[in-house]
Design a protein around this ligand. Structure first.
Ligand code: HEC
Ligand code: HEC
Ligand code: HEC
Ligand code: HEC
Ligand code: HEC
Ligand code: HEC
Ligand code: HEC
Ligand code: HEC
Ligand code: HEC
Ligand code: HEC
Ligand code: HEC
Ligand code: HEC
Ligand code: HEC
Length: 433
């Protein structure tokens, strides 16, 4: 109620008191005169019965010696502590959570029983100043103070007396936040809701004040690492960090609240990597042949977006070099999906189609001290020749060797810078000169 409204009530009650007095019932008292208690009723907000001059409702007369220097000793209260107040006000202590001073009956620790210059006869100028009379102020001291806290409105969230919810809150969990952030609700109703956001906003946000933007309990990655310990360990132990995480944070790719895409990704898996790796995106979109997992937009089959022990944030080892002494383990990445024996035996009729008759050409190229890496011939992402044979092969740092590959029904032909044009045929072995 506004101060003006208060005064109207006061006036009405005063008027009522005056009428009763004039009628001679003497219920009203003459405690307030120019000599005695003259300040009563002069403050901005006056308690109803005080305004009506009904001192005797609370100060029962009849004890000797008034006036004295200690008038309160001469008057009895008809009831003690909060029971006095509950004579006229509703007792809501049936609610589960009762603010301690209310439970203890200390109504007058917060309210002046007579009058005050603050609404509701509060004993401090602002609500928060009242709260901080008893509570240590660790709520408005950090860098970012939440809107309603900054404006001293503790009681929009906390009932000063009682509530069905812990901390005498006005609503439970997320509902409390949505009392004001109604416009954000849609952000939490997408298909995939982050579990902690479903549970409680306070898992990440502080309701009062923090040192971090958006009232978060920690900054950047550290917020996520509070719960995602495995990823924290992974990231800290990764020899090769993903640039996206070095320069950005987890929310560069994930939404903290909810998403329409699995894993709370900000966009569809098929777009997320290309949103930064535009060259790669262009290459994939304009290529005729896409490698199986790339076709499926499954970049994570080979790369770990959170970093790795392997170069190029690869999930398994793959040599960066063009030449590498052969070891099956060197191609662990490829052999996670492909037959690991393709380069094992020199003579074969079944391990691979890259054969001239029964001579295994994978063996010939790959399985030696100065073996060629798969990427000497194959694109790993996309390309324009069958079997993902690349158009150019990097040789040294500067030079690109062109490769022209023609596939036939039973073999193929290579026109490369490495050697003279050569062909192979599985049915009728070719004699290359
Ligand atoms: C709603 C109950 C209530 C009414 C009505 C009321 N009082 Fe009081 N009064 C109290 C209470 C409770 C205390 C003790 C306050 C405390 O312990 O802080 C008190 C204390 C006092 C005191 C002593 C302490 C002080 O604040 O100076 C005086 C004097 C006093 N009242 C005068 C009056 C007069 C005069 C009126 C009428 C104009 C009046 N009261 C009406 C409840 C009331
Ligand atoms: C004799 C009845 C009576 C007693 C006893 C009484 N009150 Fe009141 N109180 C009223 C009336 C009447 C009003 C004015 C009604 C209104 O504004 O809604 C009022 C108003 C108030 C208000 C302001 C409410 C508002 O909405 O602005 C507060 C705070 C308050 N009382 C606290 C107390 C406290 C604390 C005590 C005990 C120390 C107490 N009251 C004892 C009758 C009483
Ligand atoms: C910790 C401080 C505190 C204590 C203790 C306290 N109040 Fe209040 N009370 C407030 C505040 C703050 C408001 C203002 C609420 C608002 O503006 O919505 C208030 C409002 C009121 C009102 C106005 C109506 C309402 O409910 O909003 C009444 C009546 C009231 N209190 C009575 C009491 C009584 C009776 C007691 C003791 C049983 C008591 N208060 C104890 C802080 C307190
Ligand atoms: C007269 C002293 C006093 C005032 C004024 C006061 N409180 Fe309290 N409050 C206490 C005490 C005592 C406790 C219980 C001890 C504790 O947990 O700190 C308490 C507990 C609380 C709790 C629950 C804390 C918990 O850990 O369970 C909240 C929330 C709270 N107060 C909020 C407020 C708000 C908001 C205000 C201002 C409207 C306020 N208090 C004003 C004395 C006070
Ligand atoms: C936006 C709503 C909101 C506002 C405004 C707010 N609080 Fe709180 N407060 C909460 C919530 C939610 C909790 C429970 C925190 C938790 O569960 O960790 C809480 C907890 C508390 C506690 C108990 C735990 C603690 O942190 O000490 C106190 C005391 C408290 N608030 C006092 C205040 C005071 C004083 C103000 C005003 C300066 C205030 N609050 C303003 C929402 C709010
Ligand atoms: C009483 C209204 C109210 C309640 C309840 C409330 N807020 Fe706020 N909140 C505000 C206001 C006002 C702002 C400041 C306006 C702004 O910056 O958009 C704000 C700002 C924020 C911001 C920062 C927004 C930004 O863009 O910087 C976050 C985060 C936030 N609130 C989270 C919460 C959470 C979590 C809860 C529940 C614990 C909550 N709020 C409850 C009123 C409220
Ligand atoms: C898992 C942690 C987490 C949880 C739980 C969480 N948030 Fe957030 N929230 C964030 C982060 C991180 C941001 C910063 C925005 C960003 O990086 O996209 C944020 C930002 C916000 C903002 C400001 C957004 C803006 O862009 O201005 C509001 C408002 C907000 N959160 C409200 C809520 C509400 C309401 C809840 C509970 C329903 C909630 N949050 C739960 C982590 C969380
Ligand atoms: C309060 C703890 C907590 C915080 C803080 C937190 N998370 Fe989570 N997160 C979880 C829980 C719990 C799950 C669900 C795990 C499950 O279902 O196995 C989850 C799941 C996820 C998932 C996987 C969803 C899926 O579909 O598998 C992603 C991605 C994620 N969080 C990212 C983040 C990011 C990014 C942040 C920081 C902005 C963050 N989390 C902060 C607790 C948290
Ligand atoms: C470059 C984009 C990107 C960044 C940055 C990123 N993630 Fe992810 N994250 C992904 C992708 C993509 C997936 C899905 C991978 C999959 O499905 O195999 C994922 C999956 C997850 C998962 C669920 C699967 C799992 O591995 O448990 C969690 C949890 C997760 N991320 C947390 C985080 C955290 C925490 C950070 C910050 C340290 C972070 N992410 C940074 C892209 C990213
Ligand atoms: C927010 C931008 C961003 C997103 C999204 C992103 N990256 Fe990156 N990525 C980078 C940056 C920056 C580097 C550091 C190297 C650079 O500048 O190219 C990098 C490096 C890499 C590297 C290693 C390159 C090298 O030379 O070591 C690979 C592989 C990679 N990203 C794959 C991915 C995959 C897969 C995804 C999708 C899950 C993805 N990236 C999403 C920004 C991003
Ligand atoms: C079959 C495994 C595999 C898949 C699937 C895969 N990559 Fe790669 N990626 C690699 C290998 C191996 C390298 C290292 C190539 C090299 O050393 O020349 C690499 C390198 C990269 C690089 C660094 C390029 C450079 O020139 O250094 C980026 C960026 C990249 N990949 C992004 C992606 C994106 C985006 C996807 C999903 C469309 C994806 N990768 C899918 C295996 C894969
Ligand atoms: C995540 C599984 C996976 C990984 C890892 C993988 N591939 Fe593949 N690869 C496939 C799938 C699926 C196909 C498509 C098979 C088909 O169309 O029959 C394919 C096709 C190929 C083809 C063409 C085969 C054909 O018959 O058309 C070549 C060549 C190839 N991959 C090479 C590689 C190399 C080199 C690596 C390591 C850098 C690698 N792959 C890693 C899944 C994978
Ligand atoms: C000297 C070039 C060259 C190198 C090096 C090479 N390949 Fe191939 N690979 C080919 C050719 C050519 C084919 C096509 C055979 C056909 O179908 O006629 C092929 C076919 C394949 C196929 C399809 C299945 C098959 O065996 O016919 C896979 C899978 C494959 N290669 C994986 C690899 C892997 C993994 C490596 C590295 C360990 C590798 N290749 C190294 C040239 C090469």
């Amino acid at each position: 109620m506004s101060g003006k409204g208060k005064k109207t009530v006061f006036t009405l009650l005063a008027l009522l008191g005056a009428v009763i007095f004039l009628a001679g019932t003497s219920l009203a008292d003459t405690c307030v005169t120019s000599k005695c208690h003259s300040g009563m009723g002069k403050a901005d907000y006056v308690h109803g019965p005080v305004g009506a001059g009904q001192c005797v409702v609370c100060h029962t007369k009849g004890v000797k010696g008034h006036p004295t220097k200690h008038p309160e000793r001469d008057f009895k209260f008809p009831a003690k502590g909060k029971a006095l107040c509950y004579m006229c006000h509703q007792n809501k202590e049936t609610e589960e959570f009762v603010h301690t001073p209310v439970g203890k009956g200390q109504c007058v620790a917060c309210h002046d029983p007579h009058q005050s210059n603050a609404p509701k006869q509060l004993k401090a100028d602002t609500v928060s100043a009242l709260c901080f009379k008893c509570h240590e102020n660790n709520k408005t001291v950090k860098k970012y103070v939440h809107g309603p806290v900054a404006s001293g409105d503790c009681i929009v969230c906390h009932n000063p007396h009682t509530s069905p919810y812990k901390f005498q809150l006005e609503a439970q969990g997320d509902e409390l936040c949505f009392l004001c952030h109604e416009d954000r609700k849609a952000e939490f109703t997408r298909k995939y809701v982050h579990k902690p956001a479903k549970e409680n906003c306070l898992n990440c946000h502080d309701p009062h004040n923090t040192d971090y933007q958006f009232h978060l309990k920690a900054e950047g990655k550290n917020l996520c690492f509070r719960c995602h310990k495995k990823i924290a360990k992974w990231v800290s132990e990764a020899t090769y960090q993903h640039g996206a995480l070095q320069k950005g944070t987890c929310t560069t790719c994930h939404t903290p609240h909810s998403s329409n895409y699995p894993r709370q990704l900000k966009m569809a898996a098929k777009d997320i990597c290309y949103s930064c790796h535009t060259e790669m995106g262009k290459k994939v979109r304009t290529s005729k042949y896409l490698h199986g997992p790339v076709q499926q937009n499954d970049c994570y089959a080979c790369h770990n977006p959170h970093g790795s022990k392997n170069p190029k944030i690869l999930k398994k080892y793959f040599p960066a070099e063009f030449y590498k002494p052969y070891k099956t383990d060197n191609y662990a990445l490829c052999f996670g999906c492909h037959n690991k024996d393709i380069a094992l035996d020199r003579i074969t009729t079944r391990l691979t189609n890259f054969r001239n008759g029964d001579i295994n050409l994978h063996y010939v190229h790959v399985n030696k001290k100065k073996g060629r890496s798969c990427k000497a011939c194959h694109e790993v992402h996309a390309g324009n020749q069958p079997k993902h044979i690349r158009r150019e092969v990097p040789f040294g740092k500067m030079w690109m060797l062109p490769v022209k590959y023609t596939k036939t029904e039973t073999g193929g032909k290579c026109n490369v810078g490495c050697h003279k044009p050569k062909a192979y045929d599985r049915k009728k072995p070719v004699e290359n000169k």
